[in-house]
Design a protein. Structure first.
Length: 194
């Protein structure tokens, strides 16, 4: 697919002089082999391996997630001025049928799945305070109770709870709300998350 034409019919084209980049005469896109190139922080790079599963989200598709795999890990750390040091990875979509709806240039978020535990007790990550505590609504007293938990696997959305909570207990997800404190009177706004 021709994406851009920077030349004109019968125009002479010469190579770029050293150190001076010029536009290509024709910009071509092969829309049969889309992949995503994403930077990851250097502190996370050592955990990533080729073939690891990936969850891909694109702004153009809302909350829909696509499956993919890590297909390349950069050979060196990129150190750009005033930015974090990163390593580039390439991610390919797991299903070719997903490519039919893709356009070159979409913005994407890539979440590399390092580990997964099915059928666990989990809570929204936004409820976790300092990595190991939550406010639990004590239904009998109608008050909040500051409770320590042992977290397991975690991502931006969910945190596994290994101990400290039981299924059905309600936790505060708006921990920055005025008045949220140990012993504060409270009532539930929503149904519990399962």
């Amino acid at each position: 697919m021709i994406a851009d034409i920077n030349g004109e019919l019968d125009e002479y084209v010469t190579p770029s002089p050293p150190g001076i980049a010029t536009l290509p005469v024709i910009d071509l896109i092969d829309n049969a082999c889309f992949y995503i190139e994403a930077p990851i922080d250097e502190v996370d790079a050592s955990k990533v391996r080729l073939g690891m599963p990936v969850r891909i989200t694109l702004d153009a598709f809302g909350k829909r997630a696509f499956k993919g795999t890590v297909s390349r890990i950069g050979a060196y750390v990129i150190d750009l001025e005033k930015q974090a040091r990163t390593v580039d990875i390439d991610v390919h979509f797991a299903h070719d049928t997903d490519l039919a709806h893709m356009l070159a240039g979409y913005s994407a978020d890539v979440e590399i799945i390092l580990a997964a535990h099915p059928d666990v007790l989990r809570i929204p990550t936004e409820a976790v305070i300092n990595g190991n505590s939550v406010y639990v609504l004590d239904k009998a007293s109608g008050r909040l109770k500051f409770t320590r938990i042992e977290p397991g696997l975690s991502n931006w959305n969910w945190t596994e709870v290994l101990s400290g909570l039981k299924p059905g207990q309600e936790v505060v997800t708006s921990v920055d709300r005025k008045g949220v404190a140990d012993g504060a009177p409270a009532v539930a706004d929503q149904a519990p998350v399962k």
